[in-house]
Design a protein around this ligand. Structure first.
Ligand code: B12
Length: 798
C-alpha cells in the first residue's frame, strides 16, 4: 500500500534514536555518524533492523547531517547511496517487510541571512542536492526534522518539493517555552508548512513526551494534516560520564499513547530512545481507535514568529508602505533608502497594525529586485506578517520565495490571465490571496455582479488545489463622491460574500472618501459599517485616530473586548497619541515618543543605517564617543537583553540589535581621538571559548588602544591554548579576557589555569556582564573591571 494511503486509516511507526545508539556502538565525539553508513554498514543495518523488528514501519536513513556543507559532492553521494541500501537491506532481513525508507534531513548547522551568513537560496541548493540523491537511490519519502528555525525549515521543504514528488514529513524542535529558537509557535509553523504542501507535520527532539504534550495538542487543534510526535526519552543528564535519559520505555509509550488517543498519527522516538521504546509504543497503541483527520478550515498568515488568523476579530493591514501619493516614499525607493521603509513598517506595528501591506511598484525602478529586498529587510526587523502587494507576477514570486512565513498576497482578480499567473504561486509558496471582484469587463456596478466573479474565482482556484480558506475577497470600495450608491453596493457585496459564499472579505477602505473634505471621518464611518456587515480585514492607515477609534469601539460594541479593556487602554493613551499623531504624521514623527532616544530605538529595532547615522549626528553635536557607548548603546542592548531573557524578544531580533549596535560602534571607533604614537605595553585580548559575544571586548580593545597600548585581538570563541600560545609568543605582560555567559566562565577559568603554568609572568584581567569581583577571585584572575575604563585604569596602573 502507498504511504499516504496507509496513513489515511492507520498509525505510522517511525524509528527511534540513531545517534545515541551509534555512540553506544563506539562512535567517537567529533566523528561524523553519516560516514558509518560506509565504514560500519553492518552496525547501521543492525540498528535499522532492530527498529523494524520492534514495530517501526518507517525507518529513517542515517543521513541527518548528510549535506554539501559537511561533505564533498562525491562523498555525499556515496553516503546517501550506502545509507539507502543499508535501510533496504535491513527491511529484507527483518520480519517487517512492508516498511518505508525515509530520507532523513536535519539542519545544516548554520544560520541563514540576516541572522547568519548562509544565503536562503544557497540553503535551498544544499538541501536540494541531498534530496536529489535520496530520490536517485530510491527513498520512499522525505523526513525533515529537528528544525529550530522557520526559515531553514522553509528552505528544506522548498528543496524537497522542487527536487522530488515524494511525500514530505516535517517536524520541528521546540523549546520549553513552546517556541522554536527563532520564535515561531506551533500555529505559525502550521501556517507555513501546510501552506507549502507538507504531507505531515509535528514535533521531535528537545523534550520528553510530557513536556511536548501541550505543543502536540496545539498541532492537533489547528492542523489539518497528520500530526507527528517523536519525543526524546526525557531530559538528558550525565551520570558517571555517560549520558542517560529520565523516561523509561514503558512510561514513554504510555505518555505517547495518550496523545495517539487524541489524534496523533505518526509516532516514534528521538534522542535516548531505543528499539525497546518503539516496541513498547507499538504495544501501548494497539487497539486505540484511529481518529480521522479533520480539516480545520482556518484562514491564517504568518511571519517568522507570529500567526494572524482571520474571521474572529477584524484584522488591520497597514497601508503605508506604498508609494502612491507619497513624495518622500517615492524618493526613498529611487534612492534605495530602505531604512525609511523599515521605519514606516515599525511605526505601523507600534500603532497596532496586525499585517503590513508592502507595495514598492514604481515604473522607474526594478520592482522584482526592490520587492524582494524590502521583504527580506522588513521581515528581519518586524514580527508582523506581510501582505505582498504587486501586480507583477515575477516580483510576487521573488518576494514569496524569500518570505519567512505564509504571506498574504495582494492580489488576484477574475481575469483568466491573472488567475493563471497568481494561483500557481499561491499553491507553491502558500499564502492567503486577496481576490478582487473585477474581471476583463471591469468592476460590476451591482453587488450581484461582484459575487458572480467571486464564484468564478473560487471555481478556478479549486482547480489549482487552493482551498476557500486561502482566499479573501475584496469587493472593492469605490468613491462615494462619484456615485451615491458606491458604498452601499460594496457593503451589500461584503454581506453576500460572507453569507452566500461563506468566505472572508478584506477592503482597502480609504478610497471611499476620495475627493471629500475631512476624509477620515467618512472612511472611519464606512469602516464601521463594513465591519457590521462582516468585513474580516481592512487595508487602512494605522496612524489615523478616527480609524483607531472606529476599530476599538467596534471591538467593544460587538462583544470582542472583555470588559472593554482594550477600548479603555486605547482611550487612556489617546491624549498622548493626539499630540503625536495626525493622519499626515510620518514614521519619523512618531518614533520620538516612546524611547529615551532615537539612537536607542534604532538599536532596539535593529535599524543599522539609522543607528550609524544617529550616532554620527550625536558626534557632530559634540557628544563624546564614550558617552554614546555608555549612555546609548549599552542601555539599548540591555533592554533587548532583558526582553530576550523574558522571552518577549527572540534570537532574530537580538541579532539585528547587535548588528545595529555594531554599526553605531563603527562610527564611534572612527571618531575616537587618536591614541599616543608610541605604543605602551602589549595586551592580548580575547572572548573565551564557547562565547561569541564581542561587542564589549571590542570596546575594551578600542579604549586600550586609545590610551596607547598595543592590543593584539584574538577575536571571540578562542580556545584556551590559542590564548596561552599568543601570550607566550609575544611575552605579553597583560591578557584581557571577556565572557558574557555563565556557561563560558569555566572556559575562562581553564584559560587562567593554563596561563599560570605556561606564562606565569602575565597579569590576567577579566570582565564581561556575567562577571563580578567575587567570580574573578574564584577563578584566579589578577583583576576584574566592570567596564572598559576600569580595564584601562588597571593596565595603566601596572
Ligand atoms: C548582543 C547580544 C548577543 C549578540 C552578540 C553579538 C556580538 N557580536 O557580540 C548575539 C545575538 C549573537 C547573541 C547570541 C547569544 N546570546 Co546574547 N546577548 C546579547 C546582549 C543583548 C548584549 C551583550 C552586549 O553586547 N552588551 C553590551 C556590551 C558593551 O556590554 P558587555 O559585553 O557587558 O561589555 C562591557 C563590560 O562588561 C566590560 N567588559 C566586557 N568584556 C570585558 C573584558 C575585560 C577584560 C574587561 C576588563 C571588561 C570587559 O566592558 C564593556 C564596556 O563597558 C546580552 C544581554 C546584555 N544586556 O548583556 C545577551 C546575553 C549575554 N546573551 C545571552 C544568550 C543566552 C545568548 C545565546 C546563547 C542565545 C542563543 N540561544 O543562541 C547566544 C550565545 C551564543 C554564544 N555561544 O556565545 C544571555 C546570557 C545568559 C547567561 N547569563 O549566561 C544574555 C545575558 C541575554 C539574557 N538576558 O538571557 N547575544
Amino acid at each position: 500500500m502507498k504511504l499516504l494511503e496507509l496513513l489515511k486509516n492507520n498509525i505510522l511507526y517511525l524509528d527511534g534514536g540513531m545517534g545515541t545508539l551509534l555512540q553506544k556502538r563506539g562512535l567517537c565525539a567529533g566523528e561524523l555518524p553519516e560516514r558509518w553508513n560506509i565504514t560500519h554498514s553492518d552496525v547501521i543495518v543492525d540498528i535499522h533492523r532492530a527498529y523494524l523488528d520492534a514495530g517501526s514501519n518507517v525507518i529513517s536513513t542515517n543521513t541527518f547531517g548528510a549535506n554539501l556543507l559537511k561533505f564533498s559532492e562525491d562523498e555525499l553521494e556515496q553516503i546517501i547511496s550506502a545509507a539507502v541500501s543499508n535501510a533496504r537491506r535491513a527491511i529484507k532481513l527483518s520480519t517487517q517487510k512492508n516498511a518505508f525508507v525515509a530520507l532523513d534531513i536535519g539542519p545544516v548547522g548554520k544560520m541563514l541571512r540576516p541572522y547568519g551568513d548562509l544565503d536562503f537560496e544557497d540553503a535551498v541548493s544544499v538541501f536540494s542536492r541531498t534530496v536529489e540523491l535520496g530520490v536517485k537511490y530510491g527513498v520512499d519519502l522525505i523526513v525533515i526534522e529537528t528544525m529550530n528555525d522557520s526559515y531553514e525549515t522553509k528552505a528544506a521543504l522548498l528543496a524537497a518539493k522542487e527536487s522530488s514528488s515524494l511525500p514530505v514529513f516535517v517536524s520541528n524542535a521546540y523549546g520549553e517555552d513552546g517556541k522554536l529558537m527563532t520564535g515561531a509557535d506551533p500555529l505559525t509553523m502550521i501556517a507555513l508548512l501546510e501552506g507549502m504542501g507538507a504531507d505531515a507535520i509535528g514535533v521531535n527532539c528537545s523534550l520528553g513526551p510530557v513536556a511536548l504534550a501541550p505543543i502536540v495538542r496545539e498541532y492537533l487543534k489547528y492542523s489539518s494534516l497528520p500530526v507527528i510526535m517523536k519525543a526524546n526519552a526525557g531530559l538528558p543528564s550525565v551520570e558517571n560520564g555517560v549520558t542517560v535519559f529520565d523516561v523509561d520505555a514503558i512510561s514513554f509509550a504510555k505518555q505517547v499513547a495518550e496523545l495517539v488517543g487524541e489524534g496523533v498519527r505518526i509516532v516514534g522516538g528521538c534522542c535516548g530512545t531505543t528499539p525497546e521504546y518503539i516496541a513498547a509504543l507499538a504495544s501501548a497503541t494497539q487497539g486505540i481507535d484511529v481518529k480521522p483527520i479533520e480539516a480545520k478550515n482556518i484562514t491564517v498568515v504568518s511571519s517568522y514568529c507570529r500567526a494572524v488568523c482571520f474571521g474572529k476579530r477584524p484584522v488591520l493591514i497597514g497601508e503605508r508602505i506604498n508609494p502612491t501619493g507619497k513624495k518622500r516614499f517615492k524618493e526613498a525607493l529611487r534612492s534605495g533608502d530602505i531604512d525609511y521603509i523599515l521605519k514606516e513598517g515599525i511605526a505601523q506595528e507600534e500603532k497596532g497594525a496586525h499585517i503590513l501591506d508592502v507595495n514598492v511598484g514604481l515604473p522607474e525602478i526594478d520592482e522584482v529586485q526592490m520587492l524582494r529586498r524590502v521583504v527580506c529587510e522588513l521581515q528581519a526587523v518586524s514580527p508582523l506578517p506581510l501582505q505582498i502587494d504587486t501586480s507583477d507576477a515575477f516580483a510576487m514570486e521573488a518576494a514569496l520565495r524569500r518570505y519567512n512565513g505564509k504571506a498574504m498576497i495582494n492580489s488576484v482578480n477574475g481575469k483568466p490571465e491573472s488567475m493563471a499567473a497568481v494561483f500557481p504561486l499561491v499553491k507553491k509558496y502558500g499564502g492567503v490571496v486577496v481576490a478582487l471582484t473585477l474581471d476583463e469587463s471591469g468592476i460590476p456596478e451591482r453587488a450581484e455582479g461582484r459575487v458572480e466573479i467571486a464564484r468564478r474565482i473560487l471555481c478556478e482556484a479549486e482547480k489549482y488545489g487552493i482551498s476557500k480558506n486561502d482566499i479573501i475577497f475584496d469587493p472593492l470600495a469605490l468613491t462615494v463622491s462619484a456615485d451615491d450608491n458606491a458604498a452601499l453596493e460594496t457593503l451589500r457585496a461584503i454581506e453576500m460574500i460572507t453569507n452566500e459564499l461563506g468566505c472572508l472579505t478584506s477592503l482597502g477602505v480609504s478610497n471611499v472618501s476620495f475627493g471629500l473634505p475631512s476624509r477620515e471621518a467618512v472612511t472611519a464611518a464606512f469602516f464601521t459599517m463594513a465591519l457590521t456587515k462582516g468585513l474580516s480585514a481592512a487595508i487602512m492607515n494605522p496612524y489615523s485616530i478616527d480609524m483607531q477609534k472606529a476599530y476599538y469601539s467596534f471591538l467593544a460594541l460587538s462583544g470582542l473586548d472583555t470588559s472593554c479593556g482594550e477600548y479603555i487602554g486605547f482611550a487612556s493613551s489617546l491624549s498622548a497619541l493626539n499630540s503625536a499623531i495626525s493622519s499626515s504624521a510620518t514614521a519619523t514623527d512618531l518614533q520620538k515618543e516612546e524611547y529615551k532616544s532615537e539612537l536607542q530605538r534604532a538599536i532596539i529595532k535593529g535599524l543599522c543605517t539609522d543607528a550609524a547615522r544617529l550616532c554620527a549626528e550625536l558626534i557632530a553635536a559634540s557628544v563624546s564617543p564614550l558617552d554614546i557607548v555608555q549612555n546609548e548603546v549599552i542601555p539599548a542592548l540591555d533592554i533587548v537583553g532583558v526582553g530576550f531573557e523574558k522571552k518577549t524578544v527572540y534570537l532574530p531580533s537580538l541579532l539585528m540589535s547587535a548588528e545595529a549596535a555594531k554599526a553605531a560602534f563603527e562610527v564611534v571607533k572612527a571618531n575616537m581621538p587618536a591614541g599616543e604614537k608610541n605604543a605602551k605595553a602589549t595586551v592580548v585580548i580575547a572572548t573565551v571559548k564557547g562565547d561569541i559575544h564581542d561587542i564589549g571586548k571590542n570596546i575594551v580593545k578600542l579604549l586600550l588602544e586609545n590610551y596607547g597600548f598595543c592590543v593584539v585581538d584574538l577575536g571571540r570563541d578562542v580556545a584556551p591554548s590559542a590564548i596561552v600560545d599568543k601570550v607566550v609568543e609575544l611575552h605579553a605582560p597583560v591578557v584581557a579576557l571577556s565572557a558574557l555567559m555563565t556557561t563560558t566562565v569555566p572556559a575562562m577559568e581553564e584559560t587562567i589555569k593554563l596561563l599560570r603554568v605556561d606564562a606565569p609572568f602575565v597579569k590576567v584581567i577579566v570582565g564581561g556582564a556575567v562577571l563580578t569581583q567575587e567570580y574573578a577571585d574564584m577563578i584566579g584572575a589578577d583583576a576584574y573591571a566592570k567596564d572598559a575604563m576600569g580595564a584601562v585604569r588597571y593596565v595603566e596602573g601596572l
